[in-house]
Design a protein around this ligand. Sequence first.
Ligand code: ADP
Ligand code: MG
Length: 189
Amino acid sequence: RLAGFPMEKRLDDFDVSFQPSLDPAVIRDLASLRFVHHAENVVFLGPPGVGKTHLALALGHEAVKQGFRVYYANASSLIERLMKANRENKLEERIKALTKFHLLIVDEMGYLPFDSEGAHCFFSLISRRYEKSSTIFTSNKSYGEWGEIFGDHVIAAAVLDRILHHCTTINIKGDSYRLKERRKQGLFS
Ligand code: ADP
Ligand code: MG
């Protein structure tokens, strides 16, 4: 069972040609899971509907198939849980539990900002995973805007420094796939 996965998405169901900004060779390389073997990170950036969550879940699915332990979490609920653990003096325990996963998927960074306690908890998690295990992030915010997510440019810089040291960034610049499907249904002209 895929821990925390909200739904199943497959790479085979992803139409790479719909997003001309995506290099199929890069997606193939990610699908090889070399990045998981090397404890590297992947960040999908782009506006809503371009397939960030689909690709993250599909890579998670591939990793599970190859026997890796994978955990999916929405960024806001992950931070909520870390902060709750922090208040119960269990942050270390919670982070340690998360280190058991070879691949962590943190979806939707940036939809909701963190307060400074949340930012510190998140930094602890990222520091612990750094160079030991992989994390996939998705975000609708460019790296320059991550300071606003963390409400603290110093912490944002420290987090990004660790994430980006060994990282593939995929910038998806294109139309929403959801919009395309609605157009097909004739709801838009
Ligand atoms: P995002 O996370 O970037 O907002 P999603 O990954 O949730 O976008 O994609 C929105 C919907 O469109 C999902 O149902 C997803 O499976 C589908 N989708 C997005 N891009 C593609 C694509 N290139 N090929 C097939 N389905 C896609
Ligand atoms: Mg998404």
